[in-house]
Design a binder for this molecule. Structure first.
Ligand SMILES: [Zn+2]
Length: 161
């Protein structure tokens, strides 16, 4: 006996029909989903972690032009040390436009998802944790560490008197 082939179109047609004849399908599915998660917590966490990691891989790949490396220093040995950076430091406006709220409540996944869903917005680059931290400090202080060092070296040290 040959297996009938279910095409994506057929699947959508079936799904649409199912939703039409079950007006409360959303509520029912939410209950079923919640029950499955409760009964399969470990599996769910594993799937969620895989899903998040894949989203991050997609985002880092896109914004690094496939190099999977920091745009400044070229570090690329560990994906966990890479992140997305707003080139023009307009992250807050960006998150607002994406309706993602602050860093705390949206987390990384949501913003990666939105970027992807909206077709990868421009204005972002990939940085490593070091370069990202250095950029943030420089922005706050308004100078490089080397320039700051020259400033303090030029001043007389009053503490030794
Ligand atoms: Zn770097």
């Amino acid at each position: 006996m040959s297996k009938s082939i279910v095409t994506p179109e057929k699947r959508k047609e079936y799904s649409d029909r199912h939703k039409e004849s079950n007006p409360d399908w959303k509520e029912k599915h939410a209950v079923l989903n919640k029950r499955w998660i409760t009964n399969n917590r470990e599996r769910y966490n594993q799937l969620k972690a895989e899903y998040r990691f894949k989203l991050k891989v997609d985002a880092i790949s896109h914004y690094s032009g496939g190099t999977m490396q920091c745009a400044i220093c070229g570090f690329g040995a560990d994906l966990d040390a890479l992140c997305l950076d707003h080139i023009n430091d307009d992250g807050a406006e960006h998150r607002k436009a994406l309706k993602c709220g602050g860093r705390g409540n949206s987390g990384g996944t949501t913003i990666y998802e939105r970027f992807k869903a909206l077709g990868w917005l421009p204005g972002l680059q990939v940085l490593c944790a070091n370069c990202n931290t250095i950029k943030a400090i420089r922005l706050r202080r308004g100078s490089t560490a080397a320039a700051q060092y020259e400033i303090i070296k030029a001043k007389p040290d009053r503490s030794r008197k």
